[in-house]
Design a protein around this ligand. Structure first.
Ligand SMILES: C[C@H](OP(=O)(O)OC[C@@H](O)[C@@H](O)[C@@H](O)Cn1c2nc(=O)[nH]c(=O)c-2cc2ccc(O)cc21)C(=O)N[C@@H](CCC(=O)N[C@@H](CCC(=O)O)C(=O)O)C(=O)O
Length: 320
C-alpha cells in the first residue's frame, strides 16, 4: 500500500511545507495539494514543497481543465518536475460546477474536455506540438513521463481514468465505494488494451488520534459535508436512511453545524470517513486494499492535532 496526504493551501504555506516535510520523514510517498480558485495558488505551494523536500512525490490533487489551458498546466507541472528533480505527479479532475458558476466559466462536456486536456498535456510534456500549434519550448520535464491521475467519481469519469490515466483519486473512504468503482476502472483499462500499472487512490476523509472518540468527533463535520453532497444511490450503497443527505444539507445550509454534526452518527461517519486510533485504522485500510485500493490518501481533517496525527499515521505506514 502506498500512502499519500492531502493539504488544502489555505493556512500559511510555510506551515504546509513543514507538515509535508514531517509527512516525508514518517514515510508518506505522495502529497496532493488541492486546487480551488479561492485558496492559495496550487503551483506556488508545490514549488515551495518541492524545494524543501527530497523524496516525496507531489502534485495538484486535483486541478481541472477549465481554469487553466492544458499548455499552462503542462508548463506548470514541468516546472515543478524540474524544481523537485523528477518527483512531480499531476492530478486533474472535472472540477465542480459551483466553482465554474462563480467564475462565469461554462462547464461543458467534462468527460471529453478532460480527455482532450490530458492528450494535449501528454503531447506537450513529450516535447511535441499540439494540433493547435502549442509547444513547450523553454521548459522540459525531468521525468520521461509525469504520471497523470484523474480525480473521478462518476461512472464515465472512472472508466475514462482507467483508459487514459496512470491512476485515479476517488473522493471516497469506504470499501463499498471501491467495490462499485473497480469494474468501471477495469473496463477503461480493457478499452486501453488490457493490463497496465494503475494506481487506485482512496482520497479519504481521515481523522486519526490516540483517543478514538476525539478522532471521530473531529471528522463529523467533514462527513456531514460529504454526506450532504452524496446522491441517493450512494446513501443506499451504505445502508443509510433515505433523505439523510437533505436533512444534513438543510442544517449546513442555514449554518446549523451543531445540528448537522448531530445527524452524523457512526454509520454516516463510517460511510464517509476513516477515523479512530492507529489500531482501528489498520483493518480499515486493509479493507480498502481488499477492494483494489493501492494508495491510501489521508485527506482533511487528518486529525484534531495534524502534527500528532501525521506521526500516528507514520506508525500505521510502518505496519504495512
Ligand atoms: C463531471 C462529473 O464527474 P465526477 O467524477 O463525478 O466529478 C466529481 C469530482 O470528481 C470532481 O468534481 C473533482 O474535480 C472534485 N475534486 C476536486 N475538485 C476541485 O475543484 N479541486 C480539488 O482540489 C479537487 C480534489 C479532488 C480530489 C479527489 C477527487 O476524487 C475529486 C476532487 C460527472 O457528473 N460525471 C458523470 C457524467 C459525465 C458527463 O457529464 N458526461 C457528459 C457526456 C460525456 C462528455 O463529457 O463528452 C454529459 O453527460 O454531458 C460520469 O462520470 O458518469
Amino acid at each position: 500500500m502506498k500512502f499519500g496526504i492531502e493539504f488544502v493551501p489555505q493556512q500559511p504555506l510555510s506551515e504546509i511545507v513543514e507538515l509535508v516535510k514531517l509527512a516525508e520523514d514518517v514515510g508518506f510517498e505522495y502529497t496532493w495539494i488541492t486546487d480551488h480558485y479561492n485558496n492559495k495558488n496550487v503551483y506556488a505551494a508545490l514549488a515551495l514543497i518541492a524545494d524543501a523536500t527530497e523524496t516525496i512525490k507531489l502534485g495538484p490533487g486535483v486541478t481541472n481543465p477549465y481554469v487553466r489551458s492544458p499548455a499552462i498546466s503542462a508548463s506548470a507541472i514541468a516546472t515543478i518536475d524540474e524544481i523537485s528533480e523528477g518527483r512531480a505527479t499531476f492530478g486533474i479532475g472535472p472540477g465542480d460546477k459551483a466553482t465554474f458558476d462563480a467564475l462565469g466559466i461554462e462547464w461543458t462536456k467534462p468527460v471529453s474536455t478532460i480527455r482532450s486536456a490530458i492528450a494535449d498535456i501528454n503531447t506537450l510534456l513529450a516535447g511535441e506540438k499540439t494540433e493547435g500549434g502549442a509547444a513547450l519550448g523553454g521548459v522540459k520535464a525531468v521525468q520521461e513521463k509525469i504520471p497523470i491521475y484523474m480525480g473521478a467519481q462518476g461512472p464515465k469519469m472512472l472508466e475514462t481514468a482507467g483508459e487514459i490515466a496512470d491512476g485515479v483519486l476517488i473522493n471516497a473512504s469506504n470499501p463499498k465505494d471501491y467495490e462499485a468503482a473497480m469494474p468501471m476502472i477495469k473496463k477503461g483499462i480493457e478499452n486501453a488494451g488490457g493490463s497496465k500499472d494503475f494506481d487506485v487512490g482512496a482520497y479519504t476523509a481521515t481523522s486519526i488520534g490516540a483517543d478514538s472518540d476525539a478522532a471521530k468527533n473531529a471528522a463529523r463535520i467533514v462527513a456531514a459535508f460529504i454526506a450532504a453532497g452524496s446522491p441517493a444511490p450512494v446513501l443506499e450503497r451504505h445502508g443509510l436512511p433515505e433523505g439523510i443527505n437533505e436533512k444534513i444539507g438543510a442544517c449546513l445550509g442555514k449554518g446549523d453545524f451543531g445540528g448537522a454534526i448531530g445527524l452524523v452518527d457512526d454509520a454516516v461517519l463510517d460511510a464517509f470517513s476513516v477515523c479512530g486510533t492507529p489500531d482501528e485504522f489498520i483493518p480499515k485500510i486493509e479493507g480498502l486494499a481488499e477492494m483494489g485500493v493501492t494508495q491510501y490518501v489521508a485527506g482533511s481533517p487528518v486529525g484534531k492535532d495534524v502534527k500528532e496525527s501525521i506521526k500516528l499515521l507514520g506508525d500505521v505506514i510502518a505496519s504495512f
